[in-house]
Design a binder for this molecule. Structure first.
Ligand code: ZN
Length: 162
């Protein structure tokens, strides 16, 4: 297991459509294990394979119970409601933006052995499902935000609100 380098905005790998996973083999498991290590070290709540330079439909999402969910070939089955909140990305370091997402999201995916399952969640985890799945189609959250803020700008906004 190893920590992989997280690529950042500007790298063309982040704008490509990822290929489905067809082989549930040691190579996939090594990728998943490395993604676990990389995510654990980065303090993020989700990571998509293209963020470590691999164009495969693989994502990790940490849910509200701190469980890391492995999603392979995931699709969104249904959504409901709406939420608007601050979003950031390990591939867009130091920048945040307000993004609208569904409040509740149900995804269908395969596990590391190829078995299909469904997972439903809300709030931050629902946001994370949408954000990570967007990565698999070459999209970044910044495309959905009117503007991006630095941490200094966010601090200033918080102070104004107090
Ligand atoms: Zn991201």
């Amino acid at each position: 297991m190893a920590i992989r380098e997280i690529v950042t905005q500007g790298d063309p790998v982040l704008n490509k459509v990822c290929h489905p996973v067809t082989q549930f083999d040691q190579k996939l498991w090594d990728l998943l294990d490395d993604m676990h290590d990389t995510l654990a070290q980065s303090n993020g709540v989700g990571l998509a394979a293209p963020q470590v330079g691999i164009l495969r439909r693989v994502v990790l999402v940490i849910n509200g119970e701190d469980r890391v969910i492995e999603l392979i070939n995931p699709t969104i089955v249904s959504t409901s409601g709406e939420q608007e909140g601050l979003e950031g990305c390990l591939s867009v370091p130091g920048k945040w933006g307000m993004v609208k997402r569904p409040m509740r999201v149900r995804v269908r995916a395969q596990d590391r052995n190829g078995n299909w399952f469904e997972e439903e969640d809300e709030e931050l985890t629902a946001r994370c499902f949408c954000h990570e799945l967007d990565h698999l189609d070459g999209h970044l959250f910044s495309e959905l935000a009117d503007r991006l803020y630095t941490s200094e700008e966010l601090d200033a906004m918080m102070e104004e609100e107090e």
